[in-house]
Design a protein around this ligand. Structure first.
Ligand SMILES: CC(C)(COP(=O)(O)OP(=O)(O)OC[C@H]1O[C@@H](n2cnc3c(N)ncnc32)[C@H](O)[C@@H]1OP(=O)(O)O)[C@@H](O)C(=O)NCCC(=O)NCCS
Length: 176
């Protein structure tokens, strides 16, 4: 488990898939700036889980009392590592997304020989853009019409943080 100040990141286990399937099938969970979810059965999600590509990991964002409040992870896009994050609607706007992004960046730069971590967000998704910037990501530019969101093709903003900009862990210690 990756321990933060107000939240922890805990790896998603197979037995968590019913809860995750329920969240991911709910359009309110993906939020107005992300895709309208294509419905998946537990069996489909289990199959996907069993065949996750290398360097793809999924975590729950948990409060300190163990309550699961969000989902986040990383995956490889070509040779570049990208992160994503989602919180339950009732837990948004309380700083948890920013802290989770900082923990993930610390973890990835501490555990992997990476020069860069990237993330994409709809430029209209102010919470996501701001949380990434507060976690040290910089805006690189707009990718035009890259994702299909609720019936429309939308632009994405590419963000990245380089190891030299990160410098040192902000939340995770070097020893844990
Ligand atoms: C994106 C998300 C993970 C961000 O996490 P969060 O905990 O809500 O964000 P934070 O509370 O850390 O806020 C980060 C900044 O955005 C601001 N913010 C938060 N919600 C906002 C909103 N609805 N509108 C405008 N600004 C907002 C905060 O005030 C803060 O800025 P500040 O420090 O200058 O005040 C979360 O909102 C979410 O799950 N959204 C739906 C799914 C999604 O869009 N995921 C991202 C896919 S790229």
């Amino acid at each position: 488990m990756l321990e933060g100040k107000t939240v922890n990141l805990r790896i998603v286990e197979k037995e968590d898939l019913p809860l995750l399937t329920e969240w991911l099938n709910n359009p309110e969970f993906s939020g107005e700036f992300m895709w309208f979810p294509q419905q998946q059965s537990r069996a489909e999600r289990e199959k996907e889980y069993d065949n996750l590509p290398p360097d793809t990991k999924q975590f729950f964002i948990e409060k300190k009392d163990g309550t699961k409040i969000g989902w986040m992870g990383h995956f490889l896009l070509g040779s570049l590592l990208e992160i994503f994050y989602y919180l339950l609607p009732s837990e948004r706007g309380k700083g948890y997304g920013t802290e989770a992004a900082i923990i993930m960046v610390d973890y990835l730069f501490l555990s992997k020989d990476l020069e860069r971590i990237q993330a994409k967000a709809d430029p209209e998704n102010i919470a996501s853009c701001k949380a990434l910037e507060k976690a040290g990501f910089k805006r690189e530019g707009i990718l035009r019409k890259t994702f299909f969101c609720r019936g429309k093709w939308k632009d994405d903003c590419m963000f990245s943080i380089l190891r030299e900009e990160w410098k040192e862990p902000k939340i995770l210690t070097r020893t844990t």
